[in-house]
Design a protein around this ligand. Structure first.
Ligand code: THU
Length: 162
């Protein structure tokens, strides 16, 4: 017998940051601001992320590249590592992600790469709370997703290790 399971999620699309609720607009502004702290001399693609934690703190992360290219780390995983090191066990309510592209445009949202999706999904499981994602470039549309793990359906997780 074959059964089919539909997997879907919704993303809210705002035409600009001006339509966002105040708290989300502030978090996105902070993410846009920290992009300038990224170390991206090879790709010239600077990514900034800011997390609003359940304890009221905010934590930032930026991509950190390396002359040995695969050693580089995305902003999202720099951020999550910092959160987990400074505030272990504390839930992340929302992460705003932005970027600046020195060689191109920054006018549409980007969403986390595959490895970062895996890390985000594990953090949600670890603290048993979904992470909202706010994604946008320096200008233009803003995507809001209510649960980061939705970006990685049928994901491998700790429960699979039995
Ligand atoms: N990058 C991130 O930091 N986050 C993403 O969501 C996508 C890509 C970084 C990795 C690399 O330093 C640069 O952007 C270009 O891929």
């Amino acid at each position: 017998m074959i059964t089919k399971k539909d997997i879907h999620f919704s993303v809210a699309i705002y035409s600009s940051d001006e339509e966002l609720p105040r708290g989300d607009a502030d978090l996105l502004a902070a993410a846009r601001a920290v992009t300038k702290l990224a170390y991206a001399p090879y790709s010239h693609f600077l990514v900034g992320a800011v997390a609003a934690l359940a304890n009221g703190k905010t934590v930032t992360g930026t991509n950190q590249e390396n002359a040995s290219y695969p050693v580089g780390i995305c902003a999202e995983r720099v951020l999550l590592s910092s959160v987990a090191s400074q505030y272990p066990g504390v839930a992340v309510n929302t992460i705003a992600i932005s970027y600046d592209n020195i060689d191109g445009q920054s006018d549409h949202p980007i969403s986390p790469c595959g490895i970062c999706r895996q890390s985000l999904a594990e953090y949600e499981e670890r603290v048993k709370q979904p992470i909202r994602l706010i994604m946008s470039g320096m200008k233009g549309e803003v995507y809001i997703l209510e649960k980061a793990g939705q970006l990685l359906p049928l994901s491998f997780s700790a429960s699979d290790l039995g």
